[in-house]
Design a protein around this ligand. Sequence first.
Ligand code: UT7
Length: 339
Amino acid sequence: MNASDLTAGFNRGVRIAGTGSAVPDRVLSNHDLAKMMDTSDEWIQQRTGIRERRICDPEKGEGTLWLSEQAAALALEDAGLTGADVDLVIVATVTMEMTCPSTAARLAGKLGATPAGAFDITAACCGFMYALNLADSLIRVGRANRILIVGCDCMSSIIDYDDRSVSILFGDAAGSAVLEAVDDPTRGSVYQSLQADGRGWPSLYIPREASQIAAGDEDNPIKLGNLRMNGREVYKFAVTRFQRAIKDAFEKTGLEPDEFGAFICHQSNARIIESAVEKLGLPDEKVYVNIDRYGNSSAGSVGLCLDQMRKAGRIDESKPTMLVAFGGGMTWASSVWRH
Ligand code: UT7
């Protein structure tokens, strides 16, 4: 199917006018973790591909809003715009410092994006993808002309560093993009999926109270308010759903793996990405991997990759880009983006 069949019925498309990303300076290496808990650099690298991750220093005021502001400011600068030029700000996060007001409202206030609409969404590691697809749709139907999206998680604020099963995976990061209307409807997200299966929630969740602890998870020593994960369950889910999401995108667009210019995959575990590359025959050199340096930054991950790839000239814009993620919920999402 060609791009005009996929976007029939729309008379506008979307372009990425700018991107930005931010990570804290503080590095938490596998060797640092091995001093804090019973783990090793070798185990972590072998099972996940991670060498180090970045974490915020709350004493310096670093956190979700702080990271979001830096990434968003860079995206606006890249687009040659200011906050006043956008009509909507969406922040995807599970680590908002406050639920009211939203991180997006505070961010919009800091950026001078008034009276742009502003709200947060939570879709865990799929957050950036949900924001991207939603923003594309709002622009396409003419409800907005320019939308600033941010995917940001300060995972270190919800990690119990006494526990080795979850803490080794995650890091803090933000990725942002400014999306803008264009006349050509075949540009932007020409195919997208946003999906969830809430029955799988106990695999990845943050209970605030003891009554929210999932059946069978009562003996888990992770402190309340911190992220709990059934790694094996998430791994099984990820390998199947992640690959299914990519296959669906191939089938629905009629595009073959080598017709894509880049694959931007949520960085959850290098083995999950490697398995997709192998099983689906993705061209290795077009699949970006930065998990070795940043770990899994949840909603920050896809936006961080997008910005790093764009700035490094690693996105062939003459071809579509595939963006894909999965995460807590359980959620999964994809987008085939024509530049
Ligand atoms: O964005 C979505 C977020 N989450 C994910 O994508 C996570 C998906 N899951 C995974 O990536 C993997 O399940 C993990 C990396 C989390 C764990 O790897 P695994 O190969 O599934 O290990 P496992 O949980 O099956 O544990 C194997 C062994 C266990 O010991 P025994 O029972 O075999 O003696 C664990 O106790 O490894 C032990 N173990 C560790 N050892 C050293 C668990 N965590 C650690 C650790 N260091 N950090």
